[in-house]
Write a protein that binds this ligand. Structure first.
Ligand SMILES: Cc1cc2nc3c(=O)[nH]c(=O)nc-3n(C[C@H](O)[C@H](O)[C@H](O)COP(=O)(O)OP(=O)(O)OC[C@H]3O[C@@H](n4cnc5c(N)ncnc54)[C@H](O)[C@@H]3O)c2cc1C
Length: 435
């Protein structure tokens, strides 16, 4: 029976580069069953939709999937919030939310990921005025390490709540999230090709402010961004006509994939055709494989005001890593107050790398990138691949000591600790429940 656990049988993450070491997969169908699992496990982690590229979710104990738990979709039109369960994916939530007349403020590049898993790792989209996806969370329900159901909200729990949202799964199993919503809106996306790095260096702020969500793509083969994706909200009666040029880049006349050699069928509609927010904000469609499918990813967030220096520093060493790059994406994220958020306390720029699926080779070039980024206090994406020393990661988060206390309060036996958290967060007391 699923609650007793099934052998994992070679289950891997989405990218296939990490086979879970966990002994069993457990699939509770109710809060009661989940509480029973937590109380009976020495070590466990909650599995979302498996899109992380490292061992963040893994454990030597039990992996728990919430996908059999009852679905929740509780819209509060007055408060402008929706409460959803801990297993739902954005791709399942957004259609019904839009049909009810509401929208989320932003989305990541793909709708396939779970809401709880994305918020747990500070997953983000792009937009100067847009916080990461976790910034929409106004309340959480968590089955903690004691097996208790704890409700936390921004209104009631203030400080502690800011620690609990981007929690890397360390506080327990998030069984419900309440998200801020806004009236639904339509968007269009227009793509420009071949924007020289020199123009980006001179006009970075103007370029990223030229739409609600802007992504710059480069393959690092030269000082050039081969693509710039502009996603704009389209108010009723909007007569916006996109210019033919953007700082020297020209508007695309056919749909294109961020990895230029791939067909654009997997991409959401382009060429300025207006459509619902959830079919424009992600780059990829729910019913297609996102990105290339055969890849690894890394990403680092740096303070926004250092963006141009950072790009020039990477450009200076691009020959050393470009052969492994499928594509690289630059996005902007508003600052937030969530303790372990990669955008905590600073408006940020994210430098993303989609690599060839060759971990040995990627592992060899990451130190080059990390050395180039070192002067800019990089924070690696929690769910992607990095080789920074643990001290560099820990020192990037000034609220880490408070986070460790918060996690120990909710999970005193450290059942939800794993090797990833021990390595990157430290705070060893008696160690995690994992051996
Ligand atoms: C093709 C691709 C594109 C991507 N694009 C983006 C992007 O545009 N922007 C970006 O920032 N990132 C991106 N990512 C990274 C992705 O958003 C993160 O890996 C995210 O954490 C995935 O969520 P998941 O549900 O798959 O989580 P998993 O990988 O399953 O788990 C991640 C973490 O969340 C925790 N978790 C999951 N569910 C719960 C729960 N209910 N309660 C407690 N903890 C839980 C897990 O324990 C783990 O610590 C991309 C990844 C892929 C594969």
């Amino acid at each position: 029976m699923a609650i007793d656990g099934t052998p994992l049988d070679g289950l891997t993450n989405w990218a296939g580069n990490h086979a879970y070491a966990a002994a069993r997969l457990r699939e509770p169908a109710s809060i009661g069953q989940l509480q029973e699992i937590v109380r009976g496990s020495r070590s466990l982690r909650v599995l979302g939709s498996r899109h992380s590229f490292n061992d963040i979710v893994d454990t030597t104990g039990d992996l728990v999937s919430l996908h059999r738990m009852p679905r929740r979709f509780e819209l509060d039109r007055t408060a402008r919030t929706v409460t959803v369960d801990g297993g739902v994916r954005y791709g399942e939530l957004c259609g019904p939310l839009d049909a009810a007349g509401f929208a989320l403020h932003n989305l990541a590049s793909l709708p396939h990921i779970s809401v709880a898993g994305a918020c747990a790792t500070a997953t983000h989209g792009s937009g100067d005025g847009s916080g990461n996806l976790a910034t929409a969370v106004t309340a959480l329900e968590v089955v903690t390490g004691n097996g208790e159901v704890v409700a936390l909200s921004r209104d009631r729990d203030g400080e502690a709540f800011a620690g609990a949202v981007v929690a890397l799964g360390a506080l327990g199993a998030v069984t419900a999230l309440t998200l801020r919503v806004e009236p639904t809106f339509r968007m269009r996306q227009d793509i420009y090709e071949d924007l020289p790095l020199a123009r980006v260096a001179d006009h970075f702020d103007e370029i990223t402010a030229s739409a609600d969500s802007v992504s710059l793509f480069t393959e690092w083969r030269g000082p050039l961004f081969e693509q710039v994706w502009l996603k704009r909200r389209v108010p009723a009666g909007d007569r916006f006509e996109p210019p033919a040029e953007l700082f020297g880049a020209t508007r695309a006349t056919v749909p294109i994939h961020p990895i230029r050699r791939l067909p654009a069928d997997a991409c959401t509609e382009q060429l300025g055709v207006p459509g619902p927010w959830h079919e424009r904000l992600p780059h990829f469609r729910m019913d297609h494989t996102p990105s290339s499918g055969a890849e690894l990813q890394s990403e680092y967030l740096v303070p926004r005001h250092r963006a141009v220096e950072t790009l020039l520093a990477l450009d200076a060493v691009r020959d050393r890593f470009a052969p492994l790059v499928q594509v690289s994406e630059v996005r902007t994220i508003a600052a937030d107050d969530l303790w372990l958020s990669t955008a905590y306390g600073r408006p940020s720029v994210a430098l993303h790398f989609t690599w060839q699926p060759d971990w040995e080779a990627v592992r060899r070039v990451l130190p080059t990138i990390e050395a180039a980024l070192a002067p800019f206090e990089p924070r690696p994406h929690w769910a992607k691949l990095f080789t920074l020393p643990p001290e560099a990661v820990r020192s990037a988060y000034e609220r880490l000591p408070q986070f460790l206390e918060l996690a120990d309060r909710h999970d005193p036996e450290r059942r939800f600790r794993n090797a990833f958290l021990d390595r990157w967060l430290g705070g060893e007391r008696t160690g995690s429940a994992e051996e």
